[in-house]
Design a protein around this ligand. Structure first.
Ligand SMILES: Cc1ncc(COP(=O)(O)O)c(C=O)c1O
Length: 398
């Protein structure tokens, strides 16, 4: 049973989060605030490296650094061999996309209109330039990608379906599992960008039916910057040839032939920040201890309150679409551009985000939007912080 967290539990977690004392943070979708224990896990490994020598410290702490992989697998209902630790969402998504190999003229990629701009740029450079097409799947009246419309677009030239589960420009949640059922039924590769979903929504990769899922460590999971997760379904892995390898991902055998790893770590390099992996492991452990269902329930409650109260402010329009909503709340203030809303609030110690068109070009363009202000909440967010944000925006909207 999931339930929102008690005020006492939130207070206790805030007491172990140094950042809440110095900022009113509504940019958890950009990057959240790590706990003191996550910082300590990073620092402890850096100290081990400094005192033992980094290579020796890496060997000594191997069990600890590998915990991130095991915990990430648990978070996603995957196997540890299906997880690669990456340096960020795009790094994982892009490595998997590049590993699909060459594209041919006439092949088709179908994307929801919420696709992350970085993924679109990768698809354009690697596939569209070769003559493949990138086509947008229509959305339903609520703005979510429409599974029936997807089904009507399919033919044997469709090589990939790509979905950004939670778009970066608002609170919409796409029906990832319904798209997965169609992809499975037709045997089409299915990639999910879960940058905003990991650590915020319960994720079961088996139920969702994806072949590849990328996530970021620094957002809802509250891991360190420079970390990410890449899930690759075990049976899909043989179809992915990394664009490059090294002594870790494809060691040479006695004859000098590269032996490509048969797990998702074929997307890892021998060189990585093990200190950050220690931090990520701690963040994953904290999230799993709280329970992702409870995190989801708490974020939903806070985001809904914020949405309702923002919508009641004169001059403010809340722009979130969809039916089920995430912790990202998008809005505009009449007569002000989103960047100046962000800067004015920053001067009051309140951090929000603001996006232009480039992060979610199809969605912004189809809705006639050129910018949005974005306040994103965490389970750490309190009612007092929501009140402070609303007071700041109320003054601006006058
Ligand atoms: C939906 C989505 N995808 C991808 C990214 C990019 O993640 P990264 O900067 O870790 O590559 C973001 C970042 O905000 C995002 O919101």
């Amino acid at each position: 049973m999931s339930s929102p967290l008690s005020p006492a539990a939130i207070d206790a977690m805030r007491a172990r989060t140094p950042g809440v004392r110095s900022t009113t943070h509504f940019n958890h979708a950009g990057a959240s605030l790590p706990s003191a224990a996550t910082l300590e896990a990073i620092q402890a490994h850096l100290l081990r490296e400094a005192s033992m020598g980094p290579m020796e410290a890496g060997a000594a702490a191997r069990e600890q650094t590998e915990r991130a992989r095991t915990l990430a697998a648990r978070l996603l209902n995957a196997q540890p061999v299906e997880i690669a630790l990456t340096t960020g969402n795009s790094a994982g998504w892009g490595a998997a996309f590049a590993a699909l190999g060459p594209w041919l003229a006439g092949q088709r990629i179908l994307v929801a209109r919420h696709e992350w701009g970085g993924n679109l740029a990768t698809m354009r450079l690697l596939a569209q330039r070769a003559g493949a097409s990138i086509e947008t799947i229509p959305s339903d009246a609520s703005g979510r990608v429409d599974p029936r419309a997807l089904e009507a677009m399919l033919d044997d030239r469709v090589r990939l379906i790509a979905l950004t589960w939670l778009p970066a420009n608002g609170g919409l949640i796409n029906p990832a599992a319904a798209i997965g059922q169609i992809a499975r039924r037709h045997g089409i590769a299915y990639f999910i960008d879960a940058a905003q979903a990991v650590g915020q929504l319960p994720i079961d990769v088996v139920e969702v039916g994806c072949d590849v899922l990328a996530g970021a460590g620094r957002k809802a999971l509250r891991g360190p910057r420079g970390t990410g997760l890449l899930y690759v379904r075990r049976d899909f892995l043989p179809r992915l040839m990394p664009a490059f390898v090294d002594t870790h991902s494809a060691p040479l055998d006695a004859e000098g032939d590269p032996i490509l790893r048969d797990d998702a770590a074929r997307f890892e390099s021998s060189e990585a920040s093990l200190a950050l992996h220690c931090g990520l492991a701690n963040a994953l452990e904290e999230a799993l201890d709280i329970g992702i269902d409870n995190i989801r329930a708490q974020i939903d409650r806070t985001a809904q309150t914020l949405r309702e109260q923002l919508a009641a402010l004169p001059g403010v329009s809340v722009l979130d679409q969809g039916v089920e909503r995430s912790g990202l709340v998008s809005f505009n203030v009449a007569g002000l551009d989103a960047m100046s809303v962000r800067h004015t609030l920053a001067a009051q110690g309140i951090a929000i985000g603001s996006n232009g068109v480039a992060y979610t070009p199809f969605d912004m363009t189809s809705r006639g939007l050129t910018q949005i202000a974005r306040a994103s909440v965490s389970y750490l967010t309190t009612g007092a912080e929501v009140d402070k944000l609303l007071a700041g925006i109320r003054t601006l909207a006058r």
